[in-house]
Design a protein around this ligand. Structure first.
Ligand code: KIV
Length: 296
């Protein structure tokens, strides 16, 4: 018989906190970056345990969890509440808060003040804004105030009406050049990363060699440094229209409906609760209670 002490299993490896340098290193090493949206504590806990690198509290939450018809109406207060809840569920992924429509466009002062609220009140590590042009100036101002910024080009839902609706962007050479200019402006402004949404893969392929910062794609082909999907889309929770780039990795809405339907059925059939779901009193206490109530 061996006299060696039993070898205790190694503790599970603790994941390191994801920082700007982690993302830059992943790009340099060619390691894909995984980003998902999350809008509350349970979805953040799922992202945390799945090993996601970046969690975005996207303004898509306006539609997926707040029930608005687009991302436009959501207020900064609503976004801050969602971001703070996600923060409480995370320790390792980087947390990026989406600046909602109307919270940054008008001036650098407004943009910096809104970004600071995401950091101070919701504990975000960084913020995201949409489009190039004047948004690049807003990004520069926020970065100068010490807050990292993620850009977003291509289909930018906050201005979808001006873009002709929720449709892919940059499908002609001229329009692709505009998207490219926006991306390069945002990089030049100091953004640490950019989202490319719903653009042809030829545009992504042509732009990737010009971008030294990590590019996260959503409907932008396989050449980006990472991919992002909306939590409710990838798990099949959201019942609205799904864009072509959405891949369903789960059918959670069906599971939720089945669960709640079963509960409703059991309540109506008096099959729930069973004795094991309840609490009891000692028989003498029950007798005394009836006496006190005058029933004995
Ligand atoms: O709001 C959002 O979820 C987003 C992602 C699609 C990138 O902006």
């Amino acid at each position: 018989m061996s006299s060696k002490p039993p070898i205790s299993p190694a503790p599970p490896a603790r994941r390191a906190t994801v920082t700007l340098s982690t993302l830059a290193a992943k790009k340099a090493l060619g390691e894909p970056i995984a980003m998902v949206t999350a809008y509350d504590y349970p979805s953040a806990r799922v992202a945390e345990s799945a090993g996601v690198d970046v969690v975005l509290v996207g303004d898509s939450g306006a539609m997926t969890v707040l029930g608005y018809p687009s991302t436009v109406p959501v207020s900064i207060e609503e976004m801050l509440m969602l971001a703070a809840a996600a923060r409480r569920g995370l320790s390792t992924p980087m947390l990026v808060g989406d600046l909602p429509f109307g919270s940054y466009e008008a001036s650098d002062v407004l943009a910096v003040a809104s970004a600071q609220r995401f950091v101070k009140e919701a504990g975000c590590d960084a913020v995201k804004l949409e489009r190039g042009g004047s948004s690049s100036d807003r990004a520069r101002a926020i970065i100068a105030a010490g807050i990292p910024v993620m850009g977003h080009v291509g289909l930018t839902p906050q201005t979808a009406t001006a873009l002709g609706g929720y449709r892919s962007q940059g499908r002609t050479a001229e329009r692709a050049l505009e998207v490219a200019r926006d991306a390069l402006d945002l990089q030049e402004a100091g953004c640490f990363s950019i989202v490319f949404e719903a653009v042809p893969s030829e545009l992504t392929d042509a732009l990737m060699p010009k971008l030294v910062i990590p590019v996260i794609g959503i409907g932008a082909g396989p050449a980006t440094d990472g991919q992002v999907l909306v939590f409710h889309d990838l798990l099949g929770i959201y019942e609205g229209h799904a864009a072509r780039f959405v891949k369903r990795y789960g059918r959670v809405r069906e599971a939720m409906e089945e669960g709640v339907e079963a509960f409703v059925r059991e309540v109506r059939e008096r099959r729930y609760p069973e004795p094991r779901h309840g609490y009891t009193m000692a028989p003498d206490e029950a007798t005394r209670l009836r006496e006190l109530l005058g029933d004995a």
